[in-house]
Design a protein around this ligand. Structure first.
Ligand code: ATP
Length: 576
């Protein structure tokens, strides 16, 4: 497929604001793609060379792109940098400077999608001495053959984001449109995606034979998109919803999905990154479990044996550092609380009830194992049982409880009432919100020094396919954090409101919606200013946070798996 066609479609999509039109345009683009390039197209749209669990990062810094543009166009790096500071978007810089090249390249070759993908793969795999120079040359060669609009998306892809407002949910809809003209096939496509977490593979199989998607089963080394929990305000509501149920302690560590096949073990995070390197102790312990294959899930949490207490989340996360893991293993010994099992000895058990899966799980976890544990639990016969277990769990230093429907299967990739969480209170809301930053404000008074005056944050509306504004957050930041945020947002600021943002409020600068922060507030209120969950209200009102404050810059979530507008609406109803 000619890359020019891809770039032209993207440029059209970028200008469009109607979600329906965007979805249709995208499905038209995808349907034009030949079968053997479909995976590459989907990956290109996602701004990645491979799904996160395959760990093939692009590895291209801004500096490298600046030097490549300079090499290809004849403009000095200083000039390219000036333009970059002005525009805040390497794509627009590349587009403009390539349209006004000072030097014409010797060889011009019309680019195909495969050329572009292969060139980036070559760049990603290039390592060792002199690799920076080679990377610059390969990227410059791509720019040499680029028309200006192609250069825009090549430069943006190098930074992992095409900035056209297309996320996985829109790609899923577009794939469905190709075959049914509407969203009716999305459920079937999404099921396959939930099991394999690789949209490029799903699209490829869909193009070959849509019926084959129905036969997908959980498979080791393809992480399953995690089941998620709903919220309810108290023990009575939980009991009303689930009746007699299992209630487990909620451990505040890091969720891990452990895969084993033969003697190979891999571990994936909640965002489905391959994090095997963080857990050599878990790998060893899993290898010694007597099963030929397995997919199990649990919460890894640092445990202080002397004091018999768990370390806080941030402390456990120090294992993220690649180096010194073996020391970390000694300093932060882990407990892994296994809470679900999806595959055992090649047998898919995701569709079995929780009651049945637990039986398997209890067989899997050896008794008195020093690493693997099962969560404390009760079988609750009443709301009182749930309440007293909650109190006990919080006293023990846990975050709260997870109530589980005994009859439900493992529901991958969805927030359903199979699991319900109840946490100890956070500032009135009963939970924190993972919100996406939509824009930022310049500082006034003391904050002028950092030029940082707070953030406009929002949530993703999965039905409308847009980010909706929820609050302006100005407090909870340290001075260092303000500097850090300002520097980061400077790099992802955009001139116009992105086409996947719905907001009546205009911050000083819009940014590409991709950075997620954790906030809390006193209350969720109805407001004429914000657009969050506006479809539930009349007179163009939406939901807003009262006295919002930032709790952490922890960004373990991506923009599409952060708290959704519907969840905020549910929290609002719950608090009322
Ligand atoms: P979510 O995962 O629901 O999007 P989150 O990442 O902010 O939100 P929480 O809302 O705190 O996490 O709660 C869900 C998480 O609780 C799970 O993803 C899992 O990591 C963790 N967890 C701890 N204990 C358990 C348990 N016993 N059963 C299931 N999950 C548990």
């Amino acid at each position: 497929m000619k890359f020019y066609i891809v770039a032209q479609y993207l440029a059209q999509i970028e200008k469009e604001s109607s979600r329906l039109v965007i979805t249709k345009m995208l499905s038209e683009l995808i349907s034009k793609c030949p079968k053997d390039e479909i995976s590459q197209l989907i990956l290109f749209l996602q701004g990645q060379l491979a799904p996160p669990f395959k760990s093939i990062p692009l590895g291209i810094g801004e500096k490298l792109v600046v030097q490549s543009i300079s090499l290809s166009t004849g403009y000095r790096s200083r000039k390219v940098n000036e333009q970059f500071n002005l525009k805040g978007d390497l794509g627009l810089v590349a587009e403009e400077l390539i349209s006004k090249r000072k030097q014409q390249p010797l060889a011009f070759k019309e680019l195909t999608l495969t050329d572009v993908y292969n060139a980036f793969m070559k760049i990603a795999k290039n390592a060792g001495e002199g690799s920076q120079m080679r990377k610059i040359r390969y990227l410059a060669e791509l720019f040499n053959s680029s028309k200006p609009v192609e250069a825009r998306y090549i430069a943006r892809f190098s930074q992992g984001d095409l900035r056209v407002g297309i996320g996985d949910p829109t790609i899923l809809d577009a794939l469905s449109y190709i075959y049914s003209g509407d969203k009716s096939m999305r459920e079937m496509i999404e099921r396959a995606y939930n099991l394999r977490s690789d949209l490029s593979l799903v699209a490829k199989v869909l193009f070959e034979n849509p019926n084959k998607l129905k036969t997908f089963q959980p498979t080791p080394f393809y992480p399953i998109r995690p089941a998620l929990a709903e919220r309810l305000p108290n023990a009575e509501e939980i009991f009303k919803k689930l009746g007699k149920c299992y209630v487990e302690g909620k451990y505040d560590g890091m969720r891990i999905q452990i895969h084993k096949k033969g003697n190979v073990v891999k571990i994936y995070s909640r965002r489905l990154d391959n994090v095997t390197h963080m857990f050599p102790d878990v790998v060893e312990a899993t290898k010694s479990l007597p099963y030929t294959s397995m997919i199990i899930e649990g919460e890894a949490i640092g445990y202080d044996k002397k004091k018999d207490r768990f370390y806080p989340f941030q402390f456990t996360m120090q294992r993220k550092r690649k180096y010194g893991i073996n020391e970390m293993k000694k300093v932060i010994p882990l407990h892994v609380y296994l809470f679900d099992v999806m595959l055992i000895n090649d047998k898919n058990i995701m569709d079995k009830s929780y009651e049945q899966r637990r039986k398997v799980l209890f067989d899997v976890v050896p008794r008195n194992h020093k690493l693997f544990k099962t969560p404390d639990y009760i079988f609750a016969n009443s709301a009182d049982d749930i309440q007293s277990f909650f109190n006990k769990s919080v006293r023990r230093g846990l975050e709260g409880i997870m109530a589980k429907d005994k009859d439900k299967p493992y529901i991958a990739g969805a927030r359903k009432f199979a699991w319900i969480k109840l946490k100890k209170s956070y500032g009135g809301l009963g939970d924190t919100i993972d919100a996406v930053v939509l824009g930022y404000y310049l500082g006034k008074g003391k904050r002028t020094a950092f030029e940082f005056g707070g953030l406009l944050i929002g949530t993703y509306n999965t039905v409308r396919g847009v980010f909706e504004s929820l609050a302006r957050v100005g407090s909870g930041f340290t001075e260092d954090e303000m500097k850090l945020l300002k520097d980061y947002f400077e790099k992802i600021k955009v001139k116009r409101k992105p086409n996947n943002v719905d907001s009546n409020i205009k911050p000083d600068f819009w940014v590409v919606p991709k950075f997620v922060i954790v906030v809390t507030a006193d209350e969720i209120t109805v407001s004429p200013m914000h657009t969050c969950a506006k479809e539930y209200f009349k007179n163009k009102k939406g939901l807003a946070l009262r006295f919002p404050r930032m709790i952490s810059l922890r960004s373990t979530k991506g923009p599409y798996d952060a708290t959704t507008s519907k969840e905020v609406y549910e929290m609002y109803k719950m608090n009322k």
